[in-house]
Design a protein around this ligand. Structure first.
Ligand SMILES: C[S@@+](CC[C@H](N)C(=O)[O-])C[C@H]1O[C@@H](n2cnc3c(N)ncnc32)[C@H](O)[C@@H]1O
Length: 303
């Protein structure tokens, strides 16, 4: 959904994609290209506030942060660097976008060495069992093919120490997306035309939306924000995936920073939710054959 306020104008831009090609294939290529664009980097540079659940977790970890090594995955233009980096023992920010990392090095020149270009699916330059707190903020995990999410989770478990904490957010497939693209008629004809245009684009970009939604717990949606394709997942499915992989003590937070009970998960309509979990070393960090193939195909597509 809408990423940040300042990107609203970008939403109206038409992005032409071949309709017949599986979104799971396009997502790996087109999102990376988008994150290398100057205007996208600048949009993220304008954002410096923590989101409510991030504030809650920062408060929860406050006393421990000074002893923690933190990995900030998908650091973007450094929104979270401002607040977290001064509080932790060691801070590393990575992003697969060269342009985002350049922005971080420029903006935080006193700690330029803390930033590296690195893809979360293959963090081979980072050591095993090292970080105490891993963050993948602002739904960064939603911009890779569905199968790659598991690869990222395994990489997180590999670079983190036993007992470390992992916080990330991801779009909620249960949110009322149709409503977000419905029209609230106003007295302003220009505004009405803009809303109609966004609605038509949503329909065109997601032709089989209703059918796919009825049969999926995790799907890729072209919601128009910044021209990105975005992966949405049902909260119960996300918790199942984490627990199934061996992540522990999974806590889910609403956009307002309220911790949700398991019974609330199916009813939460927030556009995205935050997940805080413990890392136990029972998580398998050896990608299976299927995941290795998906990653190799992605890399081949980039070369
Ligand atoms: C929605 S932006 C959020 C940026 C920043 N964390 C913030 O909160 O403002 C997502 C970021 O994740 C990065 N990203 C997406 N997929 C990635 C991957 N596989 N590896 C590393 N970074 C990735 C993008 O380049 C982008 O900077």
């Amino acid at each position: 959904m809408a990423k940040i306020e300042s990107t609203a104008d970008q939403e109206a831009k038409v992005v032409f994609r071949p309709m017949s090609v599986d979104k799971n294939i396009i997502i790996g290529i087109s999102n990376h290209d988008t994150y290398e664009r100057e205007h996208v980097v600048r949009a993220y540079e304008r954002d410096s506030e923590l989101q409510k659940p991030e504030e809650v977790v920062l408060t929860m970890l406050k006393d421990r942060l000074k002893d923690m090594r933190m990995l900030d995955i998908g650091v973007g233009a450094g929104r979270t660097t401002f607040l977290f980096a001064p509080l932790v023992k060691e801070y590393i920010g990575i992003d697969y976008s060269h342009k985002m990392i350049e922005a971080c090095k420029r903006r935080f020149s006193e700690r330029a060495d803390s930033f590296r270009v690195c893809d979360a699916r293959s963090m081979s330059t980072l050591p095993d069992d090292y970080f105490d707190f891993v963050l993948f903020s602002f739904n960064g995990i939603d911009y890779v093919p569905v199968t790659d999410r598991k690869t990222i989770l395994m990489e997180v478990a590999r670079v983190a120490r036993a007992g470390a904490q992992f916080l990330f957010s991801t779009h909620n497939l249960n949110m009322d997306i149709e409503r977000a693209f419905s029209i609230s008629w106003t007295t302003n004809p220009k505004e009405n035309a803009k809303q109609m245009y966004r609605r038509v684009l949503f329909r065109l970009r997601n032709r089989n939306w209703r059918h796919e939604r009825a049969n999926a717990t995790h799907m890729i949606i072209d919601d128009g924000a910044l021209g990105l394709l975005t992966s949405y997942i049902e909260p119960e499915e996300q918790v199942r995936q984490l627990e199934g992989m061996g992540f522990t003590d999974v806590k889910v937070f609403s956009m307002q920073g309220r911790q949700l009970e398991p019974a609330d998960l199916a009813h939460a309509k927030d556009p995205w939710l935050h997940y805080l979990c413990g890392i136990s070393k029972t998580v398998s960090t050896e990608p299976g054959k299927e995941l290795r193939q998906a990653h190799a195909a992605y890399k081949a597509g980039r070369s």
